[in-house]
Write a protein that binds this ligand. Structure first.
Ligand code: PLP
Length: 449
């Protein structure tokens, strides 16, 4: 590494998120300089297919001029304004209306944040505030799931069900509970059907709520299809059974659509894909194709009315960010939604799902592959030491890392989540590009087999 190279300066000055810092000191960064379509290019001129759309998020692909133009125009016209104390601006009003218009019927109001983590913290705070305002101060516990990923701020990280987001952070906070991950391949009893597994998990949720006391449990949060915990597709009938339990105990449902939203599962929202009727829906990532940081929390009228009453009692709703509904982010979000609708990228994702899943499932009989799974344009290959016993590797994550490195050599960026290889390409991907992506993966996997 040259002393003043970008890589050396990155090591010297930059603490990376979600990175082993000591390992980073040894191997340094992959410096990405530009992107176009489904590709990004590093500072050595090497081009890669971005098989994870950045962080599951660049729906319209890299280098979309329309988003650049809208951001430029908004920066010139009104670079910043806020929504505190009755202020507003056209982009935030337009995007609020558009989001409510496309969201599940019961969701009627939007609160904006900068990130998915802040959005989940906001969802929890709204629920606590609403329950206090409704005279139910005991109803505060939140139930999440092992292997969930809901972000890393203190409440969001407490919702997250992954050890690296808890260890050494003194998390999760009390009052945040985790029930089983709905992963049939790993969690089902021998011979248990998807439906029976779903029934058992719904019973576990029921028992958990009864044990804690329904009057103390405020909400259940779930990604309709789990993403960062390893791309877990819910077993058949899971969501209808979970929702029946929640309704029985008057527990609100938060659908975290931060990865799923805006077409990822082949419908605008995965709530449609899985028949979910949430009280709160959280959106981010593809909301702007991550061209600008933005997230949104949509709430039902029931929650809104309680919050509105509370704010009247207190004198204000004492929550909000400087960047809530930022003009540039909301303008980019609107144009991104225009692109998604005009190009029917949701229909395109649905149409591309068959070639994507066919190619993905084509790896099922490879020696290192325990399970292939996916929906829409998101999927994963789980690597195992022993296909028959499903035994994991003695050194967890090392094989996934080796595959990720081989993918880089083949010009493909994917995400190794331990020994699970995740695919989540930009929604604009075409059939030929899907074939190319999996051909590169095939060559990479062969290097490790
Ligand atoms: N929720 C889900 C489902 C996510 O996948 C993520 C990020 O990957 C988050 C929340 C947190 O979003 P952010 O990284 O913008 O805070």
């Amino acid at each position: 590494m040259k002393p003043n190279s970008a890589a050396a300066r990155d090591i010297a000055y930059h603490l990376h998120p979600a990175t082993n810092a000591r390992r980073h000191e040894q191997i340094g960064p992959m410096v990405i300089e530009r992107g176009h379509g489904i590709y990004v290019v590093d500072d050595q001129g090497q081009e890669y297919i971005e098989g994870l759309a950045g962080l599951w998020s660049v729906a319209v692909g890299f280098g979309e001029e329309r988003l650049a133009r809208v951001a430029d125009a908004q920066l010139r016209k009104l670079p910043y304004y806020h929504s505190f104390a009755h202020k507003s601006h056209p982009a935030v009003i337009d995007l609020s209306e558009r989001l409510v218009g496309i969201s599940p019927e019961r969701l009627t109001k939007v609160f904006f944040t900068n990130s998915g983590s802040e959005a989940n913290d906001t969802a929890i705070k709204l629920i606590w505030y609403a329950n206090n305002a409704r005279g139910r101060p005991e109803k505060k516990k939140i139930i999440s799931r092992h292997r969930a990923y809901h972000g890393i701020t203190i409440a969001a990280a407490s919702l997250t069900g992954l050890p690296p987001n808890h260890r050494l952070f003194d998390l999760p906070l009390p009052g945040f509970l985790h029930v089983s991950c709905p992963h049939h391949y790993r969690g089902a009893e021998p011979g248990e059907s998807q439906e029976d597994f779903a029934t058992r998990l719904a019973e576990e949720l029921d028992e958990t709520i009864v044990r804690e006391g329904p009057d103390t449990v405020a909400a259940f949060i779930g990604e309709p299809l789990m993403g960062a915990g390893g791309v877990i597709v819910p077993p058949r009938t899971y969501w209808e059974k979970i929702q029946a339990v929640l309704r029985k105990h008057d527990v609100w449902l938060i659908a975290d659509e931060v990865i799923n939203g805006f077409g990822r599962t082949g419908r605008m929202f995965a709530c449609e894909t899985y028949g979910i009727d949430p009280d709160v829906m959280v959106l981010s990532k593809q909301i702007t194709s991550s061209y600008a940081p933005l997230a949104a929390v949509l709430i039902s009228d029931e929650i809104y009315e309680a919050v509105a009453d509370g704010s009247a009692e207190v004198g204000t709703f004492g929550h909000g960010f400087t960047g809530s509904g930022h003009p540039v982010a909301t303008a980019v979000g609107l144009e991104n939604l225009n692109i998604i609708e005009e190009r029917d990228l949701v229909g395109h994702a649905a149409a591309m799902s068959a070639p994507f899943l066919d190619a993905l499932h084509g790896f099922a009989d490879r020696p290192l592959v325990g399970e292939t799974r996916g929906a829409g344009l998101i999927g994963a290959v789980e690597l195992v030491a022993d296909k028959a016993t499903k035994a994991a590797f003695a050194q967890p994550g090392a094989t996934g890392q080796a595959v990720a490195e081989a993918c880089h050599r083949e010009g493909l960026i994917i995400r190794a989540i331990g020994d699970v290889i995740a695919f989540c390409p930009p929604l604009i991907i075409e059939a030929g590009e899907i074939a190319d992506m999996f051909a590169r993966f095939d060559r990479a996997l062969s290097q490790v087999e």
